[in-house]
Write a protein that binds this ligand. Structure first.
Ligand SMILES: [Fe+2]
Length: 224
């Protein structure tokens, strides 16, 4: 697969912390057949040092020490919090045009819809990271978000397992069965927990087929 959501950029957020940890995890994923990865570190209030310039510097350091064959690229995962506007001038977008954004799991952001419109006016499309994890959203929220046609849903690959709990699993199944998702990503922070969860065989053949469509979309849209 090709991944569009991951926390491999070490030492900048709650993801991987050292070069050694990152290089070992990248090697493992290459052995599993992963071809390309967008590194999408968190940009949010708890990490005030993170901005386009500082993250590019960290990314260059990583690339200097990387000897593998995967296509590694830099973007970011933007939290829609009160720091977001300050990053909108020159954000790290996926393929220069898609902004990967997230919200709190428990509460909608203030001015959620105004912020979405602002991003749209700037000429970006939105990829909403893991909508299945936002416990404040219901089915009508999902439908409203998708109505505009420039906002896309990204499934976390481990959501259709117990990894994030039963409710997230059920939300992911609903969204998969009703064709809400366009893309998928690992959202990997730590290899060990992901490695165990990747081995859970809980998916039906039908859901596996639907996830394979998302994996193909990742490749066609961003890694072709
Ligand atoms: Fe993430």
């Amino acid at each position: 697969m090709n991944d569009i959501h991951s926390h491999f950029l070490y030492g900048v957020d709650g993801g991987m912390q050292t070069e050694k940890e990152t290089l070992a995890a990248l090697k493992y994923l290459e052995e599993q057949g992963v071809q390309g990865i967008y590194l999408t570190p968190h940009v949010m209030e708890p990490f005030p040092e993170n901005n386009s310039k500082s993250l590019k510097r960290h990314f260059d350091n990583l690339i200097n020490g990387y000897a593998g064959n995967m296509d590694l690229r830099l973007a970011a995962e933007y939290m829609l919090d009160s720091s977001f506007d300050s990053h909108l001038e020159k954000p790290l977008a996926i393929a220069d045009e898609h902004l990967l954004v997230e919200t709190s799991y428990l509460n909608p952001p203030l001015n959620f819809h105004q912020t979405i419109q602002k991003i749209k006016q700037k000429g970006y499309r939105i990829i909403l990271a893991h909508p299945e994890r936002y416990l404040y959203m219901d089915k009508s929220d999902y439908r409203k978000l998708k109505a505009d046609g420039f906002l896309f849903f990204q499934l976390n690959l481990l959501s259709p397992t117990e990894y994030y709990g039963r409710q997230v699993w059920e939300n992911a199944e609903y969204l998969l069965n009703n064709d809400f998702y366009t893309f998928t990503g690992t959202d990997i922070h730590n290899l060990e927990s992901h490695r165990q969860a990747f081995n859970i065989k809980s998916l039906t053949a039908k859901l596996t087929d639907r996830i394979n469509v998302l994996i193909e979309n990742n490749r066609q849209v961003f890694f072709n």
